[in-house]
Design a protein around this ligand. Structure first.
Ligand SMILES: Cc1cc2nc3c(=O)[nH]c(=O)nc-3n(C[C@H](O)[C@H](O)[C@H](O)COP(=O)(O)O)c2cc1C
Length: 346
């Protein structure tokens, strides 16, 4: 099997939900789009899809400088995240709920979580696990997969009631998880409220309480400005994810790569800075590393890999991304992740 074959299989299974386009950018012509006119969010972006599209556009604007006259070398993509050695600065995003728009025949939530967590582990990297309205303290599909992987995974909770989040964190601790966190940008989720699982905006004090509640490093996902970054850092977040949730929570935001430089300038060294949104290739990864990110999360492509190829499909995708990143590093004269600087982009 290959990444391409996994995608072909995913195309059959995700018929009417995702077109498995070569360019996955939330363009209005894509079959996932149309929320403005009542279509379900599915794999698409909020409203017109502008935020989803802006993620891809922001990456497209950045150009790589080719630099090939040097001593011969084999680049290494190894790095660390929260003190753990990983094979590449590429991890799987906390994507969930594919069965809620595709049905269990496409993939069950349990199998989605297992594919992502175990598939990433096999590739030497980490799978993040999120949460949607089908999750409860009894149905913790993500944490179960993390436990199966011997704790090798990260749990991102929805911004529910503080005491509920803390219970999820305790369960993640028991599973031996690497870290926990919340997607603060999940605070507008109507579907959670509709299923009697309300979500809330969180204050710095709330975040501090969550940091204190756990022995694990705490991550804030959903940062799109310096003010929110400041508050996350002040609360004690060990990592932040510059993210607009793949353009799924607010229409008309800038692309994440447009926002990243301001966050890097203000907070690099004070917390670990990750980014996601529209990252599809090793070239995209290199671009955002050059802007100062320390790692990336990949969302929609990981879903397609899990649906088409299960655990092995996710491993294949991660290995493929790693080899493309390696090639991009070779062509820009970067021997290691530390050598990737702003000098390699225009
Ligand atoms: C179908 C789908 C479900 C998602 N579910 C969650 C979730 O439960 N929790 C979360 O933190 N992020 C969720 N996300 C957002 C991703 O974690 C990530 O931020 C985004 O997908 C990155 O953009 P990309 O898909 O363009 O790579 C979801 C994204 C998609 C496409």
């Amino acid at each position: 099997m290959s990444v391409e074959e996994d995608r072909k299989k995913a195309k059959e299974k995700l018929k009417g939900i995702c077109g498995i386009y070569k360019i996955c950018d939330g363009d209005p012509s894509r079959l996932c789009q149309g929320q403005s006119y009542g279509r379900k969010l599915g794999m698409g972006g909020a409203g017109t899809g502008a935020s989803f599209t802006n993620n891809v556009k922001a990456l497209k604007k950045i150009k790589l400088k080719m630099r090939v006259i040097s001593e011969n070398f084999e680049p290494t993509t190894e790095t660390t995240f929260l003190g753990k050695k990983i094979s590449m600065p590429i991890m799987a995003a906390s994507v969930t709920g594919v069965n809620s728009f595709g049905g269990d025949d496409v993939i069950t939530e349990k199998e989605l979580c297992r594919a992502i967590v175990l598939g990433c582990k096999e590739a030497g990297t980490i799978g993040f696990r999120g949460e949607t309205y089908t999750y409860s303290l009894e149905n913790t599909f993500g944490i179960d997969a993390i436990a199966e992987a011997g704790g090798w995974g990260i749990k991102i909770s929805k911004p529910r009631k503080q005491e509920t989040i803390i219970k999820f964190f305790k369960k993640a601790e028991k599973a031996g998880a690497i870290a926990v966190g919340i997607d603060t940008d999940g605070c507008g989720s109507l579907i959670m409220a509709k299923h009697n699982k309300p979500v809330f905006s969180k204050t710095v004090e709330d975040l501090k309480e969550l940091v204190k509640s756990t022995s694990l490093p705490f991550i804030v996902k959903g940062i799109m400005g310096v003010k929110d970054a400041k508050e996350a850092v002040e609360a004690g977040a060990k990592a932040i994810v510059v993210s607009n949730h793949g353009g799924r929570v607010l229409d008309h935001t800038p692309g994440t790569a447009d926002i990243l430089p301001s966050i890097v300038e203000a907070y690099k060294g004070k917390t670990t800075i990750l980014i996601d949104g529209g990252i599809r290739t090793g070239y995209d990864v290199l671009k955002v590393l050059a802007l100062g990110a320390e790692g990336v999360l990949v969302g929609r492509d990981v879903i397609r890999a899990a649906v088409g190829g299960g655990i092995e499909g996710v491993t294949r995708l991660m290995n493929h991304l790693q080899s493309t990143l390696k090639k991009a590093m070779k062509m820009t004269d970067c021997k290691s992740i530390k050598d990737v600087t702003g000098d390699i982009i225009i």
